[in-house]
Ligand binder design. Structure first.
Ligand code: SF4
Length: 435
């Protein structure tokens, strides 16, 4: 972590030489809450709360996170289907929120979306030719016979019979409908497509076909995708890089390989540990998060993950984590990797509930205690059923946990900040003062 570079408010990217196709900067989308007959503004749903990243030509950026974390809102705001609360999105050199209606209409040819639900996203009263051909005619590309022949060739390209042009959506299966949705997105020959949970509603075998189709089309048309999904296995298969979202913020961004090999953020570690393995007899480490996802109306202060984080410590509940480039191209928003809060104090690291200490890419103290690993909340190489037991005996039971000052507390300026174990099981007298 000595190489950690503070990249606060900078782009989260891996490639400084290539020109990004799309740049997202500190994008926020709040939905106002009004109450009373006067419609008083009483608060906001902070669906997207300051995200920044780049997408390069011919690249797929996967976006994952729990339901309600703001993935879909982010995708729609990037396409300006929703107006942002603040922030910027640049498509090549165009700042899309500054474009006038006519300019935006022209840009829409280059930015398309594939919707999640193949059943509700197609108008049941329109034929396939109308569904796919509508935009072709609207943008003045072709009409009549010429339009039909373009639609037929698009259908063929997505693996459907050209003769289906006269059919209606109800005559197709879910996978076929999604192919129609893909053909519609391709109709204007775009450069960038937001795939919003594009395969989530499909059977696994059909998912594989659609994903392979998306990959073939990317190769053929040099497309860039923002691939939004909650299934990490699917995202792993298709993505070049992955952004992990939690409560409206990107908490980690890295190449797919790096993220799966060395997840840094405790939330990412928990997500990855939940992926089922094909072999049930294979032992796997699991991190079980406690508590519910907080409301985006009133998100927790500091790090929004601190109410569920097994590794939280002093500054977590008060200081918003910065974006840190922990490794080249690997960005994380977590105080554990922020040089300002990083400590080499053995007392602190021995009691972090998310070792295995050896697995963390952070400076290890010079002389670890022999039984340091016993305090881990992550149960390494145990059956899932054993995990619960390990969790119960995790640092909560150590009377000293919650009373160890973080070494760099003086730098944070926080009075009485302390390393805390999981909240459950800690009595007020054992734990740090309420934050
Ligand atoms: Fe957030 Fe702190 Fe946990 Fe990092 S250690 S994820 S900053 S609560």
């Amino acid at each position: 972590m000595s190489s950690a570079i503070n990249k606060e408010n900078s782009k989260m990217s891996v490639d400084s030489e290539r020109e990004p196709l799309l740049r997202v900067r500190d994008l926020k989308k709040y939905f106002p809450i009004h109450k009373g007959i006067l419609g008083r503004h009483v608060g906001d749903v902070k669906a997207v709360d300051g995200i920044s990243f780049d997408i390069y030509p011919n690249e797929t950026l996967g976006m994952v996170g729990e339901s309600g974390c703001g993935k879909t809102t982010a995708g729609r705001t990037i396409l300006r289907l929703l107006e942002p609360t603040s922030g910027k999105v640049y498509f090549r050199d165009d700042s899309i929120y500054d474009l006038k209606t006519e300019q935006m209409r022209a840009l829409r040819r280059q930015m398309q979306i594939i919707f999640q639900d193949p059943f509700s996203s197609l108008n049941p009263r329109m034929t396939v030719e109308s569904i796919i051909g509508e935009a072709i005619e609207f943008h003045g590309i072709a009409k009549g016979e010429e339009r039909r022949s373009i639609v037929e060739s698009l259908l063929e390209r997505v693996g459907l019979q050209p003769s289906y042009v006269t059919r209606y959506p109800h005559e197709f299966s879910g996978g076929q409908r999604q192919r129609i949705g893909i053909a519609r997105a391709l109709a204007l020959n775009p450069d960038f497509i937001v795939c919003d949970e594009a395969v989530s509603a499909l059977d696994v075998s059909v998912q594989a076909q659609v994903i392979n189709l998306l990959q073939d089309l990317q190769e053929e048309y040099n497309l860039s995708y923002l691939f939004i999904a909650h299934d990490l296995s699917v995202v792993k298969h298709i993505s070049d890089r992955i952004a992990v979202m939690y409560l409206g913020r990107v908490v980690e961004l890295a190449t797919t390989e790096e993220l799966f090999e060395r997840p840094l953020h405790p939330y990412t570690q928990a997500l990855l540990s939940a992926i089922p393995t094909p072999n049930p007899s294979k032992k796997k480490s699991r991190v079980i998060l406690k508590g519910d996802v907080p409301s985006p109306i009133n998100p927790p202060s500091g790090c929004t993950f601190h109410t569920r984080c097994p590794a939280r410590f002093g500054p977590c509940s008060t200081v918003v984590p910065r974006s840190i480039e922990a490794e080249p191209g690997h960005f994380v928003r977590c105080h554990l990797y922020d040089p300002e809060y990083t400590t080499t104090d053995p007392e602190v690291w021995n009691r972090l509930p998310i070792p295995p200490v050896d697995d963390l890419p952070i400076p290890k103290h010079p002389d670890p205690e022999p039984d340091a690993g016993e305090d881990a909340t992550i149960a390494k190489d145990v059956e899932p059923s054993e995990t619960a037991d390990v969790e119960k005996s995790a640092p909560d039971e150590d009377p000293k946990v919650g009373a160890i000052p973080a070494a760099d507390d003086t730098k944070t300026g926080l009075e009485g900040s302390a390393l805390q174990g999981p909240a459950d099981g800690i009595t007020p007298s054992e734990s740090a003062p309420e934050e």
